[in-house]
Design a protein around this ligand. Structure first.
Ligand SMILES: [Zn+2]
Length: 245
């Protein structure tokens, strides 16, 4: 690369018209900051005996804990596999809006927190979420110290059992010291609700399926769901065995 631009200009040119020297450190600047904090907690998974439990029963596990209507959020189909709530990536953000605009403001707030903190993966998990503590602001969105969440389920790829976890999240433009403790109490309450399910067979040590970078391509022969999770043996939506598309 030519370095001509580094050469000093001829002295006679520079001295012809003296320019006042303004050093970079003399420039006045104002600082602007915004701090967004999202936090989430998840429990261990609880295994439900294969074939006994449907994701549509997940809302029952929030009984006595939810503080608003419970919303069931199904896994995203392959059309939305790039969906992400980050507005600076407009293509992914548009997919996210298309996938989630029908949900309530509480559910969308929960998804933003739980997805951006990697607490859930929308490619293969079903969620039942609601307000769990705190208040909404005048526009209906949870305040930063409100706790949202509920339970998340996926199908164990080895056994076909449904695995259910407790998930909570909170955050925004602020933090309060006692929210973490309140979140832990809610996780404990949700976890005992999951364990109390008649089909629960115990705590699962199985890791969640890893998100795949593949292009999907599996279509469920039973419900027609096109999975974005191309390693799924079981349909993320209905739990039946997937067939190669
Ligand atoms: Zn299916």
């Amino acid at each position: 690369m030519p370095l001509d631009f580094l050469k000093r200009r001829p002295a006679e040119k520079a001295s012809a018209q003296p320019v006042p020297q303004l050093l970079p450190e003399d420039v006045e600047s104002e600082d602007h900051t915004t701090k967004l904090t999202y936090r989430a907690k998840t429990s261990q998974g609880v295994r439900m005996a294969a074939g006994t439990t449907s994701p549509s029963e997940l809302p029952l596990m929030l009984a006595g804990i939810s503080q608003s209507d419970i919303e069931l959020i199904e896994p995203l189909a392959v059309d939305f596999q790039g969906a992400s709530p980050w507005i600076v990536r407009p293509h992914e953000a548009l997919q996210w809006i298309n996938a989630n605009h029908d949900h309530s403001s509480i559910a969308r707030h929960a998804l933003v927190i739980l997805e951006s903190s990697d607490a859930v993966d929308p490619a293969f998990e079903t969620l039942a979420v609601s307000m769990l503590s705190g208040d909404v602001d005048t526009s209906g969105f949870p305040e930063f110290d409100a706790i949202v969440g509920g339970v998340a389920s996926h199908w164990d790829e080895a056994s076909g059992d449904m695995i259910v976890r407790a998930v909570v999240g909170w955050g925004g433009k602020g933090v309060r010291g006692d929210t973490d403790r309140a979140g832990q109490k809610l996780i404990a309450a949700l976890f005992s609700n999951i364990l109390a399910s008649v089909h629960a067979v115990g705590i699962s040590e199985v890791e969640r399926p890893m998100p795949s970078a593949g292009s999907g391509g599996l279509v469920c022969a039973h419900c027609g769901f096109a999975s974005a999770h191309d390693r799924a043996f079981y349909c993320p939506k209905c739990g039946m065995r997937m067939v190669r598309g």
